[in-house]
Write a protein of this length. Structure first.
Length: 240
């Protein structure tokens, strides 16, 4: 398995906490960082890849793992996660890919399940609204932060749009598995878009509409937190 951690961003909304280090090096518990918890999911047989950007040398020094391949997105401040992902192309082996955002904290059982599923899999959470209500004081703030997700017949139909009225049943978790042959198609499709600022969810959505790929989804109720700002970090530490 190719196991990719997307960790190129600073996370400016964490203010002073990321002034001198990348977001993924934010300490969560017992001096462990976000990327420590994510990298615990590496297997010896994995082709381990970390896509870096902001102060990448600190990530390399922190992990101190010679079995990890590092890819640097030098233009991280003017691009998005899709660019960081596509830069991993030359480090890939002809195996399926597990892709994990570098700013999430989650039950490791999720990845154990994802590994054994076939096809392109988007991990979604069914308990997301309960935690969002604790993170944000108003429903309007939730709609501002969360993304719409439409599913039908076991597949993703739409992802990445703003929520208009009704809250979706699920929320994308920042965990994705795609087949190697799909990645090759997606990489060619990405080049044709000429949009290096596109978000990963919007990219997935466009690839669905263009019939480049289709994605199944796997539903989880396990704990999962994303760290976008200081209040998210406090909420996470409180609930660990």
């Amino acid at each position: 398995m190719n196991f990719i951690i997307l960790a190129s961003g600073r996370g400016s909304r964490l203010n002073q906490l990321t002034k001198n280090k990348p977001k993924c090096l934010t300490i969560i518990n017992e001096k462990k960082t976000l990327i420590d918890y994510i990298s615990q999911n590496f297997k010896d047989s994995d082709n381990k890849i970390v896509s870096t950007g902001y102060k990448s040398n600190l990530i390399i020094k922190h992990l101190s793992d010679k079995t990890v391949n590092y890819v640097r997105n030098k233009n991280f401040s003017n691009t998005n996660m899709v660019e960081s992902l596509m830069l991993c192309k030359n480090k890939l082996k002809k195996k399926d890919l597990i892709i994990v955002y570098g700013d999430i904290y989650f039950d490791q059982k999720i990845l154990k399940t994802i590994r054994n599923l076939k096809g392109n899999i988007v991990a979604v959470n069914s308990n997301w609204l309960r935690s969002w209500k604790q993170r944000y004081l108003t429903l309007d703030k939730i709609k501002e932060d969360a993304e719409n997700l439409v599913v039908a017949k076991g597949k993703i139909k739409n992802i990445g749009d703003k929520i208009a009225r009704k809250f979706p049943k699920f929320q994308y978790m920042g965990i994705l598995k795609i087949e190697h042959k799909t990645f090759i198609k997606l990489e060619k499709f990405y080049k044709k878009l000429h949009n290096k600022k596109i978000s990963l969810t919007h990219f997935i959505d466009k690839s669905i509409k263009a019939n480049i790929a289709e994605y199944k989804y796997s539903i989880f109720k396990n704990y999962w937190y994303e760290v976008d700002n200081v209040s998210d970090l406090k909420y996470l530490k409180k609930n660990i």
